[in-house]
Design a protein around this ligand. Structure first.
Ligand SMILES: [Fe+2]
Length: 199
């Protein structure tokens, strides 16, 4: 039910991705879960969620790279479809919505479902890794995916998923040494997708 790829971005792509990640996650750009529309009873992470920038792909390296490597990747879609009889609807997706999530000490996301058709995550962090935790877990199928650098994970958005709490020595916020996650939601169109509100 879960598709993973290790070393998802190439070294050249990572250089572009990190430039944008550092810019996007600097103070005053990240917004709280309260403002991002996340379920407050379940999470306390920070996110960078500029619909305007990500909707116009020419303004974002991350958005362009992910569009090419996920949305336009027929081999990836073929592999995902093999995982579950319900995953055939990946061909009906018409859009890919990226968002950057950023987690530091004590931040987590309890199990929830997303409103999209498919959810994908790419984990990144500054090396050496300054935290433990942050694994993605799927309680309904008793599965946990370790948070390792540059790993891509994709699954049907109706599958319950959560993020284990991050543990760090540093307690101050937005210092850049936490867990970065580039989310890409595959969905049918933007009209049926409101922020990352869940059902
Ligand atoms: Fe989610």
């Amino acid at each position: 039910m879960i598709y993973t790829i290790d070393n998802f971005f190439t070294e050249d792509e990572l250089k572009l991705v990190w430039k944008e990640l550092e810019w996007a996650t600097s103070p005053y750009r990240l917004i709280s879960s309260l403002d991002s529309g996340s379920q407050l009873e379940k999470t306390n992470h920070l996110s960078y969620n500029p619909r305007v920038i990500f909707k116009e792909r020419q303004f974002s390296s991350i958005s362009q790279i992910c569009w090419n490597k996920i949305f336009l990747n027929e081999d990836l879609k073929t592999e995902v479809k093999k995982l579950n009889v319900l995953y055939g609807n990946i061909d009906a997706a018409t859009d890919l919505i990226p968002t950057i999530k950023y987690y530091e000490d004590s931040q987590e996301y309890k199990p929830h479902t997303d409103f999209a058709q498919f959810t994908s995550c790419i984990y990144l962090y500054k090396q050496p890794k300054q935290f433990t935790g942050g694994n993605l877990y799927f309680p309904e199928i008793d599965t946990e995916i370790e948070c390792t650098y540059n790993k891509f994970v994709m699954f049907g958005s109706g599958l319950q998923h959560g993020v284990r709490p991050i543990k760090m020595n540093r307690k101050d916020l937005i210092h850049g040494e936490g867990r970065y996650c580039i989310i890409n939601w595959l969905c049918r169109n933007e009209a049926d997708f409101s922020n990352d509100k869940k059902v």
